[in-house]
Structure formats: structure tokens, C-alpha cells
Design a protein around this ligand. Structure first.
Ligand SMILES: Nc1ncnc2c1ncn2[C@@H]1O[C@H](COP(=O)(O)OP(=O)(O)O)[C@@H](O)[C@H]1O
Ligand SMILES: [Mg+2]
Length: 184
């Protein structure tokens, strides 16, 4: 079973490949509705109607091969196996939004995986891209916005060593506080 953080990495890589320079990641863990959602919104080049069709189509066929990749298709299958679904909204020249929803308690719902490492890697390897990460856990919020961090840094690169270790602590503490010590 593929971890959700790896799917997330895939989806964000698509946004980067689409030349986005602002990518928003929103994760919602809502126990009341037993729902987990992962949404990635970008300002990249978007998809034409025909690309959007060909990307969505294979989810509903049993076809095993396709000329486009499998990232979205695998994520969609994972969501659908877990009592959820994947929705893509995209407009050419404007951007794309990919949202996967899972039934939180579903036996086939993959584990979250290493969100902290995934997020840090994305920030460090893509210093010119702005990332906003918003994670809501049972009503509590953790937000990290690289635009704000860059403003504070005033020219110091965001992938400079000390900055990276500060961000690592910030993300680690933020996510730990969110979970209130609870381990998934
Ligand atoms: N955020 C995005 N912006 C623009 N196009 C996208 C985006 N995500 C996916 N696509 C389009 O959908 C196709 C399929 O994506 P995916 O399933 O991840 O496979 P792959 O990335 O290997 O091609 C991509 O090749 C691209 O054309
Ligand atoms: Mg991909």
C-alpha cells in the first residue's frame, strides 16, 4: 500500500512540471465526519478539456496501459478503494486543483507516511516555488507559508542550512502539536 505522502509528492510534482510558482496543499483530518482529504491547488498551465478527459477517463476503465502517466490514476484508485474519490478541476492558463477524499477509518485507507520529510524536501528542492501548507486536524490548524518565511529571511536563501533546520523543527513541532501527541 502506497503512503499518502508519496501520492502527495507525485501530485505536487505534476504542479511543478506544469510550471506553477504557487502551490497550495491542504490536508484535512476530520474525525467527526470520518473524512480525510488532501487537496493540491496550483497556478500552473492547467489542462485542456481533452487532456483533462484523458487523465480522468482511465479511472473508470479496466485498461492497464495508457500514454499518460499513472500518478493521478493510482491516487484515484487508492481513494476509491477507501470509500472516497478523486476530483480534478483545471482551467488552461489558470491552474489545477486535485482533491482526494478518503474515509478516514477505512481499512484500505493508506497511512499518511512521512509528511514532514515530504514537505521539507519540496521546499528545499524548489526554492523558487512558493508553497502554502495548511493542515487541519480535528479542528486545529498548522500552516506554513514560504512567502512569509522568505519575507522574514530578507534575501537569505530558504534552502540555506540553518534555515532548513529551523523549518524542520517548525514543521515537526507544528505537526506534533496538531496531533496532540497522538500517533496515527
Ligand atoms: N497540476 C497539473 N497541471 C497541469 N497538467 C497536469 C497536472 N497534473 C497532471 N497533469 C496532466 O496529467 C497528466 C497525467 O498526470 P499523472 O497521472 O501524474 O502522470 P504523469 O505525471 O506521469 O504524466 C500529466 O502528464 C499532465 O499532462
Ligand atoms: Mg505525475
Amino acid at each position: 500500500m502506497r503512503e499518502l505522502s508519496l501520492h502527495l509528492l507525485d501530485i505536487v510534482q505534476n504542479s511543478i512540471a506544469a510550471a506553477a510558482d504557487l502551490i497550495e496543499i491542504e490536508i484535512m483530518e476530520d474525525f467527526k465526519s470520518d473524512r480525510l482529504s488532501i487537496k493540491v491547488t496550483d497556478n500552473g498551465r492547467g489542462m485542456s478539456r481533452s487532456v483533462l478527459q484523458s487523465v480522468i477517463d482511465p479511472f473508470f476503465t479496466t485498461r492497464k496501459t495508457r500514454s499518460v502517466g499513472l500518478g493521478l490514476s493510482l491516487f484515484a484508485q487508492s481513494a476509491q478503494r477507501s470509500g472516497g474519490d478523486l476530483v480534478i478541476r483545471s482551467k488552461e492558463g489558470v491552474g489545477t486543483e486535485v482533491e482526494a477524499v478518503f474515509q478516514y477509518s477505512h481499512i484500505d485507507r493508506p497511512p499518511m507516511g512521512d509528511l514532514q520529510g515530504t514537505l521539507l524536501t519540496l521546499i528545499v528542492l524548489n526554492p523558487t516555488i512558493d508553497l502554502v501548507y495548511r493542515h487541519n486536524y480535528d479542528g486545529r490548524d498548522f500552516v506554513i507559508d514560504t512567502r512569509e518565511i522568505k519575507r522574514e529571511l530578507d534575501g537569505i536563501p530558504i534552502n540555506q542550512g540553518q534555515v532548513v533546520s529551523w523549518m524542520q523543527d517548525f514543521i515537526q513541532e507544528g505537526l506534533a502539536q496538531l496531533r496532540g501527541g497522538r500517533v496515527e
